[in-house]
Each structure stands twice: as C-alpha cells, then as structure tokens.
Design a protein. Structure first.
Lengths: 496, 522
C-alpha cells in the first residue's frame, strides 16, 4: 500500500546565528544565564525603544547564503509579523516577508534510504532547492513547567528575545524522511563549518518545522499539507515524518480527507497531535517595519565574504577522495567537522602519507579522543607530532605495533613521538649484526625445532620469528628478522 | 510636588515660595514672574543667570508656582519639582563659580508625556500606562538636559498622541488658556498650554499628523515639526512610526531654533535618524525675506476654511510680499487623499505599535481573567480609551489578509504621490504657506461625537507628515473672539534653516504680542 504513495516534504529550519550580541541591540546572546539578565529596553520591547541592526548578523547571513548557493538581495526589507504571545514582548516579531535577505538556493548532497538496522542502503547525489534564507529575531522563552507554582503560573525568560535567527526554507523537494534527514544533517554540518551557527539542537540553536503531504506516485498535484512542529532533533524529525506519512496514507486509504492543520510531534508517545486547524491560523498582518531602513548589501561586501569562505564539507569530501585517494566513508568521516578535516590535512602535509594519517586519526586517535571526551582541535597529540610518528613508521624506526603504544603514551603524557620512542629504548632495531646475534641465540636454544625445520617443517619459521621478537622485546624490525632468519636456518653450512 | 496635585494651592506653596508670603502677595509675584516667563527668551535666561541677575532656582520656583496655580488647565500629568529644583541649583552653582553655561542653561522645559524619562512616570495619556516608570531616557530629553535645560514635568496629551483636541487623555482634557471652555488642540495640548500660559519657557511635543503645529496654532505659540529623521525618536512612545517626529514649542521662532539646535542630529539608537549635517538654526535666522519664494497651494484655501482664518493667512502672505518675497501659486494635487491615506498608514502602524500593551510585563493589567486571551482582551478593553481602540481596529483591518493591497498597499502608493507633489511644488518655491488649522480653537466637547469632523481639523498638517518635510506654525493674529490663529510654513526636507528664517521674518512683521487673558481670572 505504502509503495503506491509518495511523500512530499519541505523543511523550515531556524538557525541561531553565532553573534556575541543580539540582532537589534547590544545584549549578550549567551545561553543559560539568569532569566532576563541579558535584556535592555530594546529586547524587552519597552515603549519608545527602537531596533538597530547588528552588522555581524549581515555578515554571517551572507556567509550562510553563499554556502547554500542563495542569491543575496542587494536590498531586502524587514517586516513585522504581528501576533500576541506572552514571550513576544512587542506583540510583533521583526522578520522578513516579501523581500527576504536571499533567495533561489540549492544544495547537492549524498542521500540514502536506510535499512531496518539503520544502515545506508545506497548513497546517491541529489539536488534540493532552497527557497529563501531570511533574518528575524527570536522570541523569549515561556516556562510552563519546573517552577514551584507552575500549576497556576507561567514564567517568561526574555534572554532569548532578540537573538538573531536565519530561517532557511526549502522547496518541497524531499520524497522521504531520510532525504529530509540527510538534508538537515548537511545543513547543520555546513553552518557549523562556516562558523555561523553552533548547531546545538538541545539549546535550540537549530530548530526544524516540516510541511508534509502525500500523493499517489505519478500524481502531479500535491496533496493537502500538514505542518509539523517540535522536530528538534534528527531522531524526532525522522520519526515524526515517518509517522505522519503513514498517518496520511492510512487516512486516505480509509477514504478520509487530509485537513490542513498544524500538528505537534510528541516523542514520548511517538505521535503527532493537532495543535491548531487552518481556521485558527493566525493572520500575521505583515507590513514593512517602519523603524528600520532597507537592508543593503553591496556587491563588494558579498565578494569580500565569498573570498573568505572556507571549502565546504561536501566539496572537501570529494577532494579528499580524489586528491588523497581516501575511501568514501573515511572521507565523509574526516570532513564531517572542520577541525577533523583541518587536522587530517595538517598531518598529511607534514607526513606525506594521507592514508596512514586517515587510519591513525579515525582509529587510534579517535578512540583516545572519545575515551577522554576531547575535541580533536584540543587533542594533546598535535597534528605535527602525529605526523612525526607516522614518519617514524614509514622510516621503519618503529613498527606499527609499537606505534600504537607510542601514540597512547604521547596522548597520555603530551610528550613528543621522538621522546617517547627514545625512552622506549630507541625504537625499532634494524641493525643486521644486532639481529643476527639474537637469531644465533634463538637457534642455539632450540636444536629440536631446528632439526624439524630442516627436515621440511617450514611452518616453524614462524616459531623462530616469535622467539627472536620476544628476545628483542618486540623492537626488532620484523622484515629484517624474517630475511636474516631464513638465511640462517637455510644455511646448513653453519656449524649447528 | 507630585503629591500636591489636586490639593489646594495654599497647601502646595511650600514647594516653591517662602512660607511667610501671603497669597495675595505671592500671586502678584507669580504674575510678575509669569510675565517674565513668557517674555524671557532662552538667550536672556542664560545671559541673566550668567550675570547673576536671575537665579535658575528662582525661575524654576516661579514656573512650579505657576503650574500649581493654573492646575485647572490640566496641562501637566506629572510635575518633577524636586528634580527640577536640584537641576536649577546645579546651574546656579555653575554660574556662581563662573563656569561657562551650556546653551539652554536655566530654560524651563516641559516634556510631552509620551517621551520617556528614567524613573519618571510616563503615561502617554493612557490608563494602560498609569503606573509605568521607564528605566531609560529619550534621546531628545537627554540632549536637552545636556544642554542645561531644566525639565519641569510631563505634559498632558491625547492618549498615545491620538487626537486633535486633547480630549482623549485618560487624565482629563486640557483647557485653552485663551478660553478655558475651549480645547487647546492636540495631541501636544499640554505642551502648548504650558508654553502659552507661562508655565515653561518651552516644551517638547510630538507630531504625527499635526500634533505640535495644531495646538501651537490654537494656543498662540510657535511649534515646529522637523523633517522626519531630524530628531531622534528613541524614547518617544510610538504612534505612527513612519510619521512621528519630536519638535519644540516655544514663544518665539528664535527659542524654537535654539532648542532644535540641541536636539537635532543623528542618534545611533534610532536607525531612521538622518546623518545629514545639522545647521546652526539660530545663526540661520539672520537675513531678510527678499527673494524668498513663498508657495501658496490653492488646494489649501477651499471648502471648510474659516473665512476669518483665511483673511489672516492672506494678510500674512501679504506681509511676505511687502518684505520682498515672491508669492507663487503651487499645486499639491493629491491633497484630497491625504486624510484617508493618513488614517490608513497611521492606524496600521499604531495597531502594531500598541500591541505591546498587553498586561504581561508592565502597566495596567485587568484582574481575575480566567484565561490568557481574556486577560489580553480585558486589559486592552479597560486600559485603552475609545479613540485608541477605534484606531487599533481601523489599522488591524487595513493590514488584514485580503485587504492589505486595497488599503495599506494603496495608501503607501498615494503617500509617494503626495511626496512628489511636494517635490514638484518646491521646484518653484522655497517655502509653502498654508493655514495650520481650518478654525481657531473649538469648544470642549464640540467634535467628540464626530470623529470624522475631528480628523478634518488636521487636514492642513498631515500632508507634511506624509511627505516627511518640516513644518512650522506661528501665530498670525487673533480672531474676532480673541482666539489665536496660526499660519503654517512648510519647507524642503532638512531645510529647517531656511524655513525658520522665513518664519522669523514673518514673526517680526506680524509682531504678534497678545497674551492669553483667561488664565488670569482662574
């Protein structure tokens, strides 16, 4: 039944821009401070106070727009969105309506359905269009729970009032919950990458609403759409979309009509609930904000910001595959966040060995970082030190096995690779005379095994390698040991 | 002093005048000082304080005394006697130690009660803000203080500056000192009366559709609405944000210019304030009117204009001609749409600006509402007066889905036609001369039942706000009933210098020096 239908999804994502101060006043945007401590007449909406646009907001919004291939309008205007709510101190939100900050964007990203166990089935590249990115101020926060008198009173904290938001509206281009999920992941990663949003969904720095409808596969017209709110984690988003798609299909199959409404996702019950019907929808009475002049962005400013844009994660992922020959998964993991990608490139530059750099970062270093809850840009092992350890492996100064211990020590102590290796006894032994002496001892100590080997039991070579490595405390270069041991065992002329 | 309001005059004397003075004597003294207040220019006050022939405290006490004695006019909502006297003492001390005095030193200034002053109750004439004490001060008021002015109190006004008669105040109507049975005009009625009746040297008002110029006209004082963006609106409680502008009212063009010198100019807290350089408006008063081109728009002299008012305006224009000015006919063809356009734009903006008065954070809140929605609607029902509610409803309607294009959108288009009317007119003239108000002061209650009739009393002033240009009203004579009549001069954007020079020349030529008599019988 479900196969006959196709879902049509559009997302509206609110991303908090990472400015130090609010969009229309100088108050701090810091999260978690005492309620109402970061407020002033402007963000409290006191009589007579007026907004002044924070220029850092324009800069960050421009960077976000460029990253999403949006066209920045040279002139955009702010509008008032009028509605009553206790956490909206002016009775209107300053937003943008008919001339938004930027329009006509798109992203091209890898996306895949997932199987039962949540694994990607088949990645493919898809393009999704972005209608607009516009600027607005956040409202305050209503606290209905958690206070001693919450049964009879609600509280409002206005610290968040006036925090800058970029609202990013997509076209209805997603055909499954996983497409929407992959897009949201991509958007979050990109915004974090370019430093305009911290992406922290628990603190509300990134919030998501979705418009969902279903239609019979092949149908041209869209079905009636339902707006879903409260999708404030990736899991919520995916679960809610799945639920809602099923609900709509079931309703249609049962001969019911879908009603245009706003529904709220309840994660605990894994259900969406009607919040308000179309009839109850607000008339926001948008009109141009008379307290702010049009927002002008010059061509020069756009070009200057464009020049300062970092390489974006998707492009970087593709480059890592082409330039360094990394596997798709490794490239994706390394480009997921900018610090890891930067770290990788620094190690690669200094070591000249990209594959090894990727391996060490994604395995040994990743484990250490995870165990200590450390971000890679605060790693006690710097990219330069990891590179010098990789160089020591490549020069056969240490073995791969030793290197694991070396790295663990470096991570713990913060010492350099050279220092750790020196303390461990100078690293790998490749000196043939030294190794021959150890071999001689091992051969002399095991005459029976020697006899059996010479009688044709070639597998005993491994036994002798083990003995030599043990005697050298693992420091002997295994390749050298192998070669010399073979020579020694096969040479019957020696007086054994 | 605040506690004295409504109490007997005698009971309050202590605040201003030495106790041992008897009431007869003190009333003579205050009359004498009253005359001084009306006749002491800002420049004279500063010079005499500097020369130690006048003390700021003495002047301030006289003003406070006068405010008390004329409390029946209801010009003030809040009197800040203690702060004013403290400021006056500072100025006297500065004078005593020979410090250079700032430009407005000692000038007694009244502030319309829709501008916030930190810690001083600010009501905007509304019940909904009956207890509101703002934590910050409006830029224009702060600049006056920096310039040495003594703020004496907050003047009565129409609720949220919505009105043309000052009858829409939750604190009672203001009465005209020329005839206490008549309105002083509005919405800055209290400010106009404070100046006209000698309770203050000057006052700040705000003007959205004529609210400085019309009461100035009806009370026989000078008032200017500067170009939109010339004076910061930061701290002015918004009515129609794209129209509102703060400006001074005073007894002379020179005093108005002097105050404008202190308050005009860019303010980083108001994004709509202009960074165009200000002029020295006092210095600009020098020079005669020869060669000045005075435009007379025929559209302003048609139906509804009181013949007596017309005669006085025509006489004033004649004076311009006698001074060597050139009189030119100009057209402002879209004038007939001004009233509807104004009442769509101003009310639309007001409906949004007044949304914040919801009982949640400050001001009046209706008690015992069962739901949030009920709390909102009862608070706003009980907190706002009839005219404010009427305008909120009009504006909400004009912005509603499905009506926006036909009303607000269309009004904005016509507004730009009105603006270009002025641009075109100013191609052939330097200032435009019109009546300020179609009639002299009308009687209290005369138009309260007919909002449309009331709206038409702004017909000559609202185009100026719609176009954003500056306009000044100055007295040009008395009607046969002894009521002042004002003439309005309109200038180009940011051309206050030339506008005030024209006004100064006309003021000298008319030499209006009548004083309101009614107050002396109160």
């Amino acid at each position: 039944m479900r196969e006959n239908y196709e879902a049509v999804i559009g997302l509206e994502i609110h991303a908090q821009l990472k400015t130090d101060s609010k969009i229309f006043c100088g108050c701090s945007t810091r999260f978690g401070d005492e309620p109402d401590s970061n407020t002033c007449p402007v963000c409290l909406g006191l009589p007579g106070a007026l907004p002044v646009l924070n220029s850092r907001v324009i800069e960050m919004a421009t960077r976000a727009a460029l990253a999403l291939n949006l066209r920045v309008n040279r002139e955009s205007i702010f509008s008032r969105k009028n509605y009553f709510y206790p956490d909206l101190p002016k009775g209107y939100q300053i937003s943008q309506y008919d001339r938004p900050f930027s329009e006509h964007g798109w992203v091209e990203i890898p996306t895949s359905e997932r199987n039962q166990s949540g694994h990607a089935v088949a990645w493919s590249m898809k393009q999704f269009r972005i209608t607009r990115l516009h600027l607005e101020e956040d409202a305050g926060k209503s606290l209905h729970e958690g206070m001693p008198d919450s049964a009879s009173k609600s509280y409002v904290d206005l610290n968040r009032s006036g925090v800058p938001l970029a609202e990013i509206v997509s076209e209805p281009d997603f055909r499954s919950s996983w497409e929407a999920y992959d897009y949201m992941q991509y958007l979050r990663r990109t915004l974090i990458y370019i430093g305009v949003c911290d992406g922290n969904m628990e603190e509300g720095s990134l919030r998501c609403d979705a418009n969902v409808s279903v239609r019979l596969r092949g149908a041209e017209r869209f079905g009636t759409k339902v707006e879903l709110k409260n999708l404030n984690s990736f899991r919520f988003l995916q679960h809610a979309l799945e639920y809602e798609i099923d609900r709509q299909i079931e309703a249609i199959e049962a001969g019911e009509k879908i009603v245009q409404e706003t529904r709220l996702w309840n994660e605990r019950e894994s259900k969406t609930y009607c919040m308000r019907s179309k009839e109850e929808a607000h008339d926001y009475r948008y009109f141009p904000e008379p307290d702010l002049p049009p927002l002008m962005v010059s061509e020069e400013m756009i070009e200057e910001l464009r020049a300062g844009m970092p390489e974006l994660p998707e492009a970087r992922r593709r480059r890592f595959m082409e330039e360094y020959g990394l596997a798709a998964d490794d490239a994706a993991q390394l480009t997921d966040a900018r610090p890891a990608a930067d770290y990788f490139e620094a190690v690669t530059r200094a070591s000249g060995n990209a594959k090894s750099a990727a391996n060490w970062i994604l395995n040994e270093l990743a484990r250490e970082l995870k165990n200590t809850g450390t971000e890679i840009d605060r790693s006690p092992v710097t990219a330069e030190e990891l590179a010098s350890m990789i160089r020591m492996i490549d020069a056969c100064t240490i073995s791969g096995k030793m290197a694991k211990e070396v790295l663990a020590d470096m991570y713990r102590s913060g010492r350099s690779a050279e220092e750790v290796v020196r303390e461990m006894g100078g690293g790998q032994v490749s000196d043939e005379a030294e190794i021959r002496a150890i071999i001689d001892q091992a051969v002399a100590a095991n005459p029976r095994q020697l006899e059996q080997y010479r009688a044709g039991k070639a597998a005993l070579l491994g036994f002798f390698v083990g003995q030599v490595m043990k005697a050298s405390e693992g420091r002997a270069n295994p390749q050298v040991v192998n070669r010399l041991l073979k020579e020694r065992l096969d040479n019957t002329e020696q007086g054994d | 002093m605040q506690g004295c309001r409504g109490a007997g005059v005698q009971g309050c004397r202590g605040a201003g005048v030495p106790q041992e003075q008897g009431s007869v004597e003190s009333s003579i003294i205050s009359t004498e000082i009253y005359l001084e207040l009306r006749e002491l220019s800002i420049r004279t006050i500063r010079e005499r304080i500097a020369a130690r022939t006048l003390s700021a405290v003495e002047l301030c006490r006289a003003a406070l005394d006068r405010i008390e004695r004329l409390s029946e006019l209801n010009a003030f909502i809040t009197v800040t006697a203690d702060a004013a006297l403290a400021r006056a003492e500072q100025i006297d001390r500065a004078a005593a130690s020979g410090d250079p005095l700032p430009p407005l030193a000692g000038a007694i200034i009244a502030i319309k009660d829709n501008m916030v002053i930190s810690g001083v109750r600010t009501t905007a004439g509304s019940r909904i803000l009956f207890n509101y004490k703002p934590p910050y001060t409006a830029t224009a008021v702060e600049r006056l203080r920096q310039a040495g002015a003594i703020v004496v109190g907050k003047t009565n006004c129409d609720e949220f500056a919505m009105g043309s008669s000052n009858e829409n105040s939750a604190y009672g109507p203001v009465k005209n000192p020329w005839d206490a049975a008549r309105v002083p005009g509005g919405s800055s009625g209290g400010s106009a009366v404070a100046v006209a009746a000698g309770m203050a040297t000057a006052a700040l008002g705000s003007d959205t559709g004529g609210s400085i110029r019309q009461p100035a006209s009806l009370c026989g004082v000078v008032g200017i609405k500067p170009t939109y963006g010339r004076v910061s609106r930061y701290g002015l409680i918004a009515f129609g944000s794209s129209l509102d502008q703060i400006g001074p009212l005073a007894n002379s063009v020179e005093d108005v210019a002097r105050i404008l010198n202190s308050i005009a100019g860019r303010d980083s807290s108001d994004s709509t304030s202009s960074d165009i350089e200000t002029d020295d408006y006092v210095a600009a008063l020098e020079g005669d009117a020869r060669g000045l081109r005075v435009g007379v728009p025929r559209q302003y002299y048609g139906e509804g204009l009181d013949p007596e008012v017309r005669a006085h305006i025509e006489a004033a224009i004649k004076k311009f001609e006698e001074m060597g000015a050139e009189i030119v006919d100009v057209g402002l063809p879209h004038t007939e749409y001004a009233v509807p356009v104004y009442y769509l734009i101003a009310t639309a903006e007001a409906s949004s600006n007044l949304a914040r008065y919801d009982g949640v954070r400050y001001g009046f809140r209706a008690e015992e509402a069962p739901t949030l929605k009920e709390m909102y609607s009862r608070t706003r029902d009980q907190g706002f007066g009839a005219e404010v509610k009427r305008r909120i409803m009009l504006g909400t309607y004009a912005l509603s889905a499905g009506y926006y294009d036909a009303y607000y959108g269309k009004a904005q288009k016509v507004r730009s036609l009105i603006e270009s009317d002025f641009r075109n007119a100013f191609a052939s003239c330097d200032v435009i001369a019109t009546p300020t108000s179609p009639t002299p002061a009308f009687r209290l209650g005369e138009k309260t039942d007919d909002p449309l009739e009331m709206y038409l009393s702004d017909i000559y002033t609202i185009t100026v706000n719609l176009a954003g240009v500056p306009g000044v009203s100055l007295p040009c004579g008395l009607s046969s009933e002894g009521l002042p009549i004002g003439i309005q001069l309109i200038g180009r954007h940011f051309d206050e210098a030339r506008l005030l020079r024209a006004a100064r020349n006309l003021e000298r030529a008319i030499a209006f020096n009548s004083k309101p008599g009614a107050v002396e019988n109160l």
